[in-house]
Design a protein around this ligand. Structure first.
Ligand SMILES: Cc1cc2nc3c(=O)[nH]c(=O)nc-3n(C[C@H](O)[C@H](O)[C@H](O)COP(=O)(O)O)c2cc1C
Length: 223
C-alpha cells in the first residue's frame, strides 16, 4: 500500500508541520512497514507559478491546437493527480502563511483541479483517510482576538473533504512563534502543550488510518 505525503513548509529544517507529519507517517509505517511513501515537497521541488495559467487556459482547446506550454502544464497536472491517487491514505502538511495557504500549495491544488479526474463533482478521494497537519505561529482558538483569521484550515477542509471526498482529520499545532518571538515568551508553555497534543493526535490518526486501510484491504481480498 501507499501513503501520499505533501509538504508545503518553506523551512526544510525546524518545521513544525514537517515534524508533526513525520509522526503521522511513522505511525502509519509501524503498521505497514513495507509500504511506499510517495512524497511531493513543494519547497524542494517548487511548481512553476505560470503552470496553472497554462493548464486552466487549455480547457476546451482541442488537443492538436494546444500550445507546448499548455501541453506540459497538463502533463504536470496529470503527474500530480497520479501521485495523490496512488495513495491509499494521505498527509498534507501546511503552515499558515499570511492567514492562508502558501501560493505554492494553492498552485498545487489549482493544478490538480485542472486534471479531469479532480474536476467538479468528481470526488476522486472518496472514502480515503487524509490528515491535514496545520502549523500556525499565532493562536486562533475560540475567544482569542484572531479567532476566524486562519483561512487555511477551513479552505483545506473544503477542498479535501467537500470537493475531493476524503475523510479528513485536522491536526493543529499553534503558537509556534512563541519560541522565537520574545513578546510571546509567556505563551511558551501553551505552545509546548499544543505541539504535544498535535503529536499525540498525529500518532493516533496515523495508526487509525493504517488499521482502517488494512482491514478494508482484508475485507476486499476475502470477498
Ligand atoms: C512568510 C510567513 C508568513 C506567516 N504568516 C503567518 C500568519 O499569517 N499567521 C500565523 O499565525 N503565523 C504566520 N507565520 C508563522 C508560521 O505559521 C509558523 O512559523 C509555522 O510554524 C510555519 O510552519 P513550519 O513550522 O512547518 O515551517 C508566517 C511565517 C512566515 C515565514
Amino acid at each position: 500500500m501507499t501513503l501520499f505525503r505533501l509538504d508545503a513548509s518553506i523551512r526544510p529544517e525546524g518545521s513544525v508541520s514537517r515534524d508533526v507529519a513525520d509522526t503521522v507517517q511513522s505511525a502509519w509505517m509501524r503498521n505497514h512497514p513495507d509500504d511506499t511513501v510517495v512524497r511531493r515537497d513543494l519547497t524542494a521541488d517548487p511548481l512553476p507559478s505560470d503552470a496553472w495559467m497554462s493548464a486552466a487556459s487549455a480547457t476546451g482547446v482541442p488537443e492538436e491546437e494546444r500550445t507546448p506550454e499548455q501541453r506540459s502544464a497538463l502533463e504536470l497536472a496529470a503527474t500530480l493527480a497520479d501521485e495523490v491517487l496512488a495513495g491509499d491514505a494521505a498527509v498534507i502538511a501546511s503552515p499558515l502563511y499570511n492567514f492562508g495557504v502558501s501560493q505554492h500549495l494553492k498552485t498545487w491544488i489549482d493544478l490538480l483541479i485542472t486534471d479531469p479526474r479532480f474536476g467538479p463533482g468528481a470526488q476522486p478521494l472518496a472514502g480515503r483517510p487524509l490528515t491535514v497537519v496545520m502549523a500556525r505561529g499565532g493562536g486562533y482558538g475560540e475567544g482569542t482576538p484572531r479567532e476566524g483569521w486562519d483561512h487555511a484550515t477551513p479552505y483545506l477542509r473544503r477542498i479535501f473533504a467537500d470537493a475531493f471526498g476524503a475523510d479528513v482529520t485536522v491536526v493543529v499545532a499553534e503558537l509556534t512563534l512563541a519560541d522565537v518571538v520574545p513578546a510571546m515568551a509567556e505563551l511558551r508553555p501553551i505552545a509546548a502543550e499544543s505541539r504535544a497534543e498535535a503529536h499525540k493526535l498525529a500518532e493516533a490518526t496515523g495508526r487509525a488510518h493504517a488499521e482502517r486501510v488494512r482491514s478494508a484491504t482484508r475485507s476486499t481480498s476475502a470477498a
